[in-house]
Design a protein around this ligand. Structure first.
Ligand code: G4P
Length: 522
């Protein structure tokens, strides 16, 4: 095995998908603790509670380093190199959150066991599922009373359409939490015990020795009943299904009390795949350990400080090894670019890239060369990664230039920002209206800010609110179908779509025009 192959095999690159407050920050922090990146709990949290509403952007100004490193967290664990890519939620939710999921090899889904599957988890799950990558589930907050574990597993199938396979099972919960029955490791993990006496082995029948106090406990007995039930009626562990994203291994635990997190991480590191081959140039396969460097831009983070115009283009390395100063070709233009100024994301400090290989992320300081979705490659052979999907926006604004005399800079800025992938632009179907669409509010804030600071064009945004975007088959379109409740617009390819005021308006339309086909993007 070559050194490169060896290095690539060590990579585990994933994102955490969850609904706000499920515990993503807390579990990330525990993982960083295991990785020795931070020394005490609260480090990541402190950053979060600083309330960076327009998040990373403002934070860059304040603390150039930290916020950027928080987009990608890298650490060593059990001889593996782990990359956790951040997927911002709350008001920071944006298309970047979705696009980041295009750059990972696995996802961890954190669910609040009292709440079950919540809307944002569902949205992110859909994107991950489409990619067919493995999804690992952590049912969090076991130290609180939550829902029945069997219900939680059933909900995975009912709401998300994915089989859940239990890797461990709670013994009690909330104040009654005693431990985890660890099916995968054939042991019981006791709650709130020190390292040394935390684990009790199970015998060949999957039972604790009768001498153990817990063996007499009714909660343990009822866990055994559940385990019997799972054996009879539950899903059986199937690694192939897991790797294809058709089955999710389910772990229980409590991130806050650091219970079950290590067990989870150990299994994850073993089961999650190293970077796989990519399909490039439409139908060719490119091995991750191909010696020629190549990658694609999945996110661009502009600096919100007008004195620092640089941006960072986040590149997922798809093959080969990245070396500082490497010469690459930008596939879209065919132009050569020397990648002198790059950063990798190790621990809390930005260090110059030394050994980034397929699976890793590098941040390139960019003065405007790159667009989201761009492919770059170092070899002679052109390599083009598949286009990143378009996501259905949910919030819409009509946009106009504040100063009508400055139409030119308004158009220039808007075109560039739209091309860069910062926001989506629609036009009125039979009017000249400019309508912007985004998946999160932050994208509008960033858009206005950058228009003003980079293009000297102040904009006015008039809200159209949350809308349901549905594309319509052009052959079936009659402009008379449009009203203010279902605004007719066209996308950048000229394809017509309706922006329905709400789901009710969409249903009303479907009743009225039952034969008209409506489709959504991802
Ligand atoms: P997020 O990143 O997914 O939004 O969630 P985060 O980790 O910030 O956790 C949200 C809240 O849930 C926090 O409480 C956190 O302490 C709590 N939490 C996370 N994991 C667990 C767990 O395993 N058990 C329990 N009981 N709580 C958990 P908070 O009160 O909102 O914040 P803070 O006051 O702790 O900072």
């Amino acid at each position: 095995m070559t050194k490169l192959t060896d290095e690539v095999k060590k990579r585990r690159t994933f994102a955490i998908i969850s609904h706000p407050d499920a515990g993503k920050t807390t579990i990330t922090e525990q993982m960083l603790l295991f990785g020795g990146v931070i020394r005490s709990a609260g480090t990541v949290k402190a950053r979060k509670s600083g309330h960076y509403a327009t998040s990373d952007w403002m934070a860059i100004e304040k603390k150039r380093g930290i916020s950027v490193t928080s987009s990608v967290m890298q650490f060593e664990y059990q001889g593996k190199r782990i990359n956790i890519l951040d997927t911002p939620g709350h008001q920071d939710f944006s298309e970047d959150t979705y696009r980041t999921l295009m750059a990972v090899d696995a996802a961890v889904m954190v669910i609040d066991s009292a709440k079950g599957i919540e809307p944002q988890t569902k949205k992110l799950f859909k994107v991950v599922k489409k990619r067919g990558i493995p999804i690992f589930t952590f049912m969090n907050k076991l130290d609180r009373d939550g829902r029945e574990p069997l219900d939680l597993i059933a909900e995975l199938e009912d709401l998300l359409g994915i089989e859940g396979v239990a890797m461990n099972w709670p013994i009690g919960m909330g104040k009654q939490l005693k431990g985890l029955y660890d099916i995968a490791n054939n042991r019981v993990e006791l709650y709130r015990k020190d390292e040394d006496d935390r684990y009790l082995p199970l015998d060949e029948n999957g039972k604790l020795s009768e001498d153990e106090a817990l063996a007499q406990d009714s909660l343990y007995q009822s866990t055994l009943d559940d385990i019997d039930l799972l054996k009879e009626a539950g899903n059986t562990f199937d690694k192939d299904k897991i790797l294809r994203g058709n089955q999710t291994p389910v772990f229980f635990g409590s991130a806050l009390t650091n219970f079950g997190v290590e067990t989870f991480l150990d299994s994850f590191v073993n089961l999650a795949p190293a970077p796989q081959e990519h399909v490039v140039n439409e139908d060719e396969k490119l091995a991750a350990d191909d010696p020629e460097f190549s990658g694609f831009v999945f996110k661009i983070q502009a600096n919100m400080n007008p004195n620092h115009r640089d941006r960072i283009a986040f590149v997922r390395i798809g093959s080969g090894e990245f070396k500082k100063g490497i010469d690459v070709t930008l596939a879209r233009t065919g132009k050569p670019v020397r990648l002198n100024n790059a950063t990798e994301f190790m621990s809390s400090e930005r260090v110059q890239v030394s050994d980034a290989v397929a699976g890793d992320i590098v941040g390139l300081y960019d003065t405007g060369n790159f667009q989201i979705g761009d492919s770059i490659y170092a070899g002679k052979k052109k390599i083009v990664y598949p286009e990143l999907p378009q996501f259905t926006p949910e919030i819409f604004m009509r946009v106009t230039a504040k100063n009508v005399m400055k139409q030119k800079s308004f158009h220039k800025g808007m075109n560039q920002l739209v091309q860069e992938g910062a926001i989506q632009l629609y036009r009125g179907y039979s009017t000249d209206d400019y309508i912007l669409g985004a998946v999160g509010q932050l994208q509008f804030e960033v858009f206005s800010f950058r228009m003003k600071n980079e293009y000297n064009s102040e904009v006015e945004l008039h809200t159209l609110g949350n809308r349901v975007a549905r594309w319509i088959n052009p052959d079936q379109l009659d402009p008379k179908m449009s009203s203010s409740r279902n605004l007719l617009v066209k996308d950048r390819d000229g394809e017509p779509l309706f922006l329905f005021e709400n789901a009710f308006a969409e249903r009303w339309f479907k009743d009225k025009y039952p034969d008209v086909e409506l489709t959504s993007r991802l």
